[in-house]
Ligand binder design. Structure first.
Ligand SMILES: Cc1ncc(C[n+]2csc(CCOP(=O)(O)OP(=O)(O)O)c2C)c(N)n1
Ligand SMILES: [Mg+2]
Length: 320
């Protein structure tokens, strides 16, 4: 087993995301957060594993379920919470909200709300990096639903044609809003869709942080060496509804319970304990440390100012 410190850091990151999401749900219920809120509970191993497979300077673009990716990429949870609260200290000055986290300083180039709309952006970023000779990989994260859109196919085709350094990472959580994958996609094993473009594809257990890390590290190095894009499908499950507005009538409790038994945090905790890298006391200490960081984030968000009225006219393309 590798370096204990690294393993504990992966666990810490997953706990940080889980508690950030639980706190966000609580703050949403209290009316502190407005707009849409899509939570990432259950899928933490993907963001944390994937980012661990990248190198510093690599870029990430993702969809609207973006909190986990921003946290894993290293954005400050205080500024992320402030963004949810619509405060001026947020990563987008309070104007982006949950679906549009963005922090260029850590290579997190956005959450995007239009399903599959960011895939061409990822390809463009990879083209720019390639053109500038940066040896930079773009990790592009999206859901299973996105793979039925035209943009997905256009982006895959162009990335393959021009051998661009993109890792396409599909979070297959078996549903797109309330529609099961079975009812939306002609192909169930999504990684096979990459074959149409001669892009190597593989399917991994999205509840296993190390499996995701290994797959992304391998494909990112392949891209960096000039061999072009790859496709990784990580199979997972979202423990909560699509968004906070979703009563989740479309799936059974039995199915939910079966997936909860594969909680990526518990599985990794058990693995580390079995290998003698973690004790239950250390786990509790980590949990407390994360709790403090999240409390601090909420305090920061609460105490931060609202954006001033004039900010309405800043950061826009055209002056009114
Ligand atoms: C082009 C477009 N069509 C429809 C929507 C509404 N919509 C938002 S999320 C979503 C489901 C996407 O599912 P998936 O890609 O599997 O991601 P998940 O939410 O499961 O992570 C839909 C249809 C949208 N945002 N953009
Ligand atoms: Mg989905």
């Amino acid at each position: 087993m590798e370096d204990q410190k690294l393993m504990l850091d992966l666990l810490y990151q997953m706990l940080l995301i889980r508690q950030f999401e639980d706190k966000a749900a609580e703050m949403y219920a209290k009316g502190k957060i407005a707009g849409f809120l899509h939570l990432y509970n259950g899928e933490e191993a993907i963001a944390v594993g994937a980012v661990a497979g990248l190198r510093e300077g690599d870029l990430l673009v993702t969809h609207y379920r973006d909190h986990g990716h921003a946290i894993a990429k290293g954005a400050d949870v205080k500024r992320l919470m402030a963004e949810l609260f619509g405060k001026a200290t947020g990563v987008c000055k309070g104007k982006g909200g949950s679906m549009h986290f963005f922090d260029a300083s850590v290579g997190m180039l956005g959450g995007y709300a239009i399903v599959a709309g960011h895939l061409p952006l990822a390809v463009g970023l990879a083209l720019a990096g390639d053109y500038l000779g940066k040896r930079q990989v773009v990790l592009c994260v999206f859901g299973d639903g996105a793979t039925n859109h035209g943009y997905f196919h256009e982006a895959m085709n162009m990335a393959a044609l021009w051998r661009l350094p993109v890792v396409f990472l599909c979070e297959n959580n078996l549903y797109g809003m309330g529609t099961a994958l079975k009812k939306a996609s002609a192909v169930q094993e999504i990684s096979r869709k990459s074959q149409a473009y001669d892009i190597p594809g593989e399917r991994v257990d999205g509840m296993d942080v190390l499996a995701v890390r290994e797959a992304v590290a391998k494909t990112a190095e392949r891209a960096r060496e000039g061999w072009g894009p790859s496709f990784v499908e990580a199979v997972t499950y979202r423990f909560r509804g699509h968004s906070m507005a979703d009563p989740v009538f479309y799936r059974t409790k039995v199915e939910e319970e079966a997936w909860r038994a594969k909680d990526p945090i518990t599985l990794f905790q058990q693995k580390l304990e079995a290998e003698g890298l973690l004790t239950p006391e250390e786990f509790e200490r980590l949990e407390r440390e994360v709790e403090e960081a999240i409390q601090e984030a909420v305090r920061f968000a609460e105490e931060s100012p609202e954006p001033p009225l004039e900010a309405l006219y800043e950061d826009i393309y055209a002056q009114p």
